[in-house]
Write a protein that binds this ligand. Structure first.
Ligand SMILES: Cc1cc2nc3c(=O)[nH]c(=O)nc-3n(C[C@H](O)[C@H](O)[C@H](O)COP(=O)(O)OP(=O)(O)OC[C@H]3O[C@@H](n4cnc5c(N)ncnc54)[C@H](O)[C@@H]3O)c2cc1C
Length: 357
């Protein structure tokens, strides 16, 4: 649907941009969304499909870094938005829980500190030992987490937005803010360099994530998303039996700070070997792909007005954790534009990155 004189234009039709569009259109605003590709063409349609509560850092670290009240509020908010996402997602989301695995005894002590902090603050979590037949010493089970089909989920939300009156312009790269007519613009491009953020450009660091999907395996080996080694390795088994796995960025860290969506043999081989070890035998790989996410050095999202003017707003920088955070931050940035600013946005302010730079 073509709209005249949009109130807000959004660059990026991933989970963030579509979430923001939904909030704005439901508040009666005229909204146009642009994407250089198509809805969910970026990381929102290429990710591991983990919908996790919480921030990117461990909960005990969040208490230290943000203060206990902020940390608890942050975690509770992500739980609330995960519930909202589940209510909208239909069969694109399964409430499986997730397992945060320790790869060795040292990591077990680390995740035990997180588990203790979660329990002290009344956040649901279960302690597991001898995980996957004793292959891993321990894990935290997060019972409310979910597995999603990310592209399907975002497309579904986009249909909802379009039905409510949002104009979605696909296959159009916005080359300059001058070509947009709305008085407010949201840049929702996470790790993909938009070229629209001025001095903020590059402070959300483009980072590549690579994945593989095997052919279907008849036996159910993993009944929820698993992630370990500080989140460097993650895998799950889809309902049709395929195992998807991603990560191993630390095997070639330098080459992975890039916005190129190419896969590389070093990481693809590591992923293939890892899955063979998990499954107990080599499994043919059916698909390989890469996507880009935005890394921020303090592991906090970047949400709010871009310093230097009133017009441009940003939401992104989820450091590889954007399925729930993108849905949440898209809503928060839209509400802030509507004049209703959530207190957590003080922590997420883009200005902090420019001061640190
Ligand atoms: C391999 C991989 C695995 C991941 N796994 C998980 C996971 O399991 N769980 C999790 O929570 N997170 C995961 N993430 C992170 C998560 O996918 C992202 O943080 C999230 O999807 C970001 O959503 P977004 O809408 O902000 O940005 P994106 O979905 O990346 O969308 C940005 C869009 O902006 C468009 N764009 C950029 N510049 C312009 C321009 N100038 N004009 C027009 N359009 C433009 C791009 O085409 C793109 O479609 C993963 C990421 C990757 C890459």
């Amino acid at each position: 649907m073509r709209i005249d004189s949009p109130d807000v234009e959004i660059v990026g039709a991933g989970i963030t941009g579509i979430s923001a569009a939904l909030t704005l259109v439901n508040a009666g605003r005229r909204v146009r969304v642009h994407d250089a590709r198509q809805v969910a063409g970026g990381a929102s349609g290429r990710n591991g499909g983990f919908a996790l509560r919480g921030g990117t850092m461990a909960y005990d670290k969040a208490r230290e870094w943000l203060g206990p009240d902020n940390a608890l509020e942050y975690w509770r908010l992500t739980e609330e938005y995960l519930d909202r996402l589940a209510a909208l997602a239909g069969d694109a989301l399964r409430r499986t829980g997730s397992l945060r695995i320790a790869a060795d005894d040292e990591e077990r002590d680390e995740i035990r500190a997180e588990y203790d902090a979660l329990r002290e603050d009344g956040i649901a979590a279960e302690w597991r030992t001898d995980v996957l037949g004793g292959r891993f010493p321990a894990a935290i089970f997060h019972p409310g987490d979910a597995a999603i089909q990310p592209a399907r989920l975002v497309r579904r939300l986009a249909v909802r937005a379009a039905d409510a009156g949002v104009e979605i312009v696909e296959h159009h790269r916005v080359a300059s803010l001058d070509e947009l007519e709305a008085p407010r613009v949201i840049v929702a491009t996470d790790g993909y360099p938009s070229g629209l953020l001025g001095d903020l450009e590059g402070l959300i660091i483009p980072t590549r994530g690579q994945m593989i999907a095997t052919v279907p395996i008849a036996e159910t080996l993993f009944d929820c998303p698993h992630y370990g080694r500080h989140g460097f390795d993650y895998w799950q088994q889809l309902p049709d039996g395929r195992v998807t796995a991603g990560g191993f960025r630390d095997f070639a860290m330098d080459s992975e700070f890039t916005d190129s969506e190419e896969t590389t043999p070093a990481i693809q081989d590591a992923l293939e070997l890892f899955v063979a070890e998990l499954v107990g035998q080599p499994v043919p790989v059916a698909q390989r792909w890469a996507g880009i996410f935005g890394l921020v050095l303090d592991f906090l999202p970047v949400v709010g007005r871009v310093p230097g003017g009133e017009r441009v707003w940003v939401a992104g920088g989820y450091s590889g954790h954007g399925n729930v955070l993108g849905f949440l931050c898209g809503d928060l940035v839209a509400k802030a534009i509507l004049g209703d600013e959530h207190p957590l946005l003080d922590l997420f302010t883009p200005a902090r990155l420019m001061h640190a730079a």
